[in-house]
Design a binder for this molecule. Sequence first.
Ligand code: SAM
Ligand code: SF4
Length: 331
Amino acid sequence: MTSMIDPFGRTVEYLRVSVTDRCDFRCVYCMAEDMTFLPKRELLTLEELERLCTVFVSKGVRKLRLTGGEPLVRRGVMELVRNLGKLIETNQLEELTLTTNGSQLARYADELVAAGVRRINVSLDTLDEDKFAKITRWGRLPQVLGGIEAARKAGLEIKINTVALKEVNEHEISSMIDWAHGEGFDFTLIETMPLGEIDEDRTDQYLPLSLVRSRLEEKYSLIDIPYKTGGPARYVKAEETGGRIGFITPMTHNFCESCNRVRLTCTGTLFLCLGQEDAADLRTPLRNSEANDLVSAAIDEAITRKPKGHDFIIGRNQAPSVGRHMSTTGG
Ligand code: SAM
Ligand code: SF4
């Protein structure tokens, strides 16, 4: 087994793949209401995405996460999931996961399990129907809760991801924790990151998790635990519920020193860091040779350029740190 090691000695073994930039929601912190999406002809086919994933796996990737946009709205995506799932059966891949808004889970949960998916992350920022409609602009809460229920029945392990949003859900966080833990789900909070132009001012949305944590400590006894899922979250256990709470703090705490991941977009662009523009085009070498040597060399070259870290800043009238939206690179 080969491995990809970057100039800072970090082994890259986690690939996130944004299979589409499209979505059936328009979350206010993620997208503008009126988005221009990539023309279909610019997308890699699902076969090409699978080929690229397989090359990454042969180079040492052990965990693969499909994301987007909304991964489950890309037509035919289950074929990709099934084929990648076969890499788990043959022990080439440790884990295949998905980050989803939950809207299509009622339809796909059983198929995901059959394909070898064991865990999923579902993004959910509120349990209040009106707020949910406001945050997602196009989403409906009952559909998502139905999807989560279907996922649970299918046997998927579920982690709820919640973006902490000032004034919007900041006073609901502990009731969401009680709900998630009551259902047996892990719960992770995320700070908003300055990615892409949106219609609102990010300063109005940003809520530092250091503040959220100190408020939670008034209600729960939080115990730091070494639990890891391969992602950047730091976990605590809430004694009162027995459940886990994760904190993803790109703004208040820089976790780049342990970064083990790279991100592939649906056009075959490889981003070496969520918060930097540096990228490599893998589509050209992929299409220029039926063998994988060109694309493998392009990946090796890209890994030598993996930056040390991001430098996100959120301030009034501040341009986004990177111009692309989270839905391009995938969360
Ligand atoms: N559509 C799927 C979903 O919502 O789970 C997958 C893609 S979405 C871009 C992945 C994650 O990124 C979601 O949990 C979402 O809340 C988060 N996200 C989107 N924009 C963000 C931003 N600017 N800052 C922090 N998190 C963001
Ligand atoms: Fe879509 Fe996910 Fe972005 Fe919301 S966060 S608009 S569900 S991609």
